[in-house]
Design a protein around this ligand. Structure first.
Ligand code: YOG
Length: 137
């Protein structure tokens, strides 16, 4: 049984968000804003549903899904694309495949050293983010 991803997590490192955003076609102006944000993840489990909220002082993004059940996702406020997403467990990693216009797109979350790890990938670019648990929220 993998350690729970649930909780409030604050970003402590962010590597190659720029490369990830360039592959998604995000404008230089928006990339500059996004690079300055300290992102927070709020991950909740409600019954058989997961809810992952990404929040910041600028914009928020939320997705909810059932593991193993394909769903339609619109990346509203990010790159504004429609994808078909499927989240599964691969060992201790919660892995999402986002099928659409962009190839090899998705993300993976896992716990390592009490921290929440995230890889966001798209067309060969990988953004690596690490979050530490916020015990006050
Ligand atoms: O998370 O897909 O946890 O959905 C990553 C930055 C910045 C302006 C955010 C908005 C994406 C737009 C979501 C940031 C950069 C810049 C506020 C990552 C793209 C465009 C949210 C994500 C998954 C896994 C769950």
């Amino acid at each position: 049984m993998p350690a729970s991803l649930c909780g409030t997590w604050d970003m402590i490192s962010n590597v190659n968000l720029e490369g990830y955003m360039i592959t998604l076609g995000i404008s230089p102006f928006m990339r500059k804003i996004a690079l300055r944000l300290r992102l927070r993840k709020v991950i909740e489990e409600q019954g058989d549903q997961y809810i992952i909220k990404t929040t910041s002082s600028f914009r928020n993004y939320a997705v909810s899904f059932r593991v193993g059940q394909e769903f339609k996702e619109f990346t509203h406020g990010l790159d504004n694309r429609h994808v078909k997403s499927l989240v599964t467990w691969e060992g201790n990693k919660l892995v999402c495949e986002q099928i659409g216009e962009k190839k090899n797109r998705g993300w993976a979350h896992w716990i390592e050293d009490d921290k929440l790890h995230l890889e966001l990938y798209c067309e060969g670019q990988v953004c690596k983010q690490v979050f530490k648990k916020n015990v006050n929220e």
